[in-house]
Design a protein around this ligand. Structure first.
Ligand code: SF4
Ligand code: SF4
Length: 100
């Protein structure tokens, strides 16, 4: 991530580092269908503020780092094929926001 600031505020990395992510072994994110991903413009990669999605040309699929997720919900809305299944992380895991 770049060191962006908002009107004189702290850099984004600094603000995000105040949060805690409690990872769970299982992923709360999954793709119900992957056939469309290769030809898709991959807005899931662009929209995620946490870098959760990455396209692997070598593997020909989207890789998901669910432990990065900030639970903003943007990916569910932007996938043109509605193939992203997003569940609340298992109890007690996931993002814990410190400020806000
Ligand atoms: S937006 Fe949806 S269809 Fe497109 S690459 Fe991401 S998961 Fe696949
Ligand atoms: S819910 Fe938000 S942070 Fe989590 S994977 Fe989707 S876009 Fe990224």
């Amino acid at each position: 991530m770049s060191k962006e600031t908002t009107r004189g505020g702290a850099p984004r990395e600094e603000r995000l580092s105040a949060n805690e992510i409690r990872p769970h072994r299982g992923s709360h994110l999954e793709l119900t269908e992957t056939a469309h991903c290769e030809a898709c413009a991959k807005p899931c990669v662009a929209v995620c503020p946490a870098g959760t999605y990455a396209w692997s040309g070598e593997q020909g699929r989207i890789l998901i780092s669910h432990e990065n997720c900030l639970e903003c919900g943007s990916c569910r809305g932007i996938c043109p094929y509605s193939v992203i299944r997003w569940k609340n992380p298992f109890g007690g895991t996931g993002i814990c926001y410190r400020y806000g």
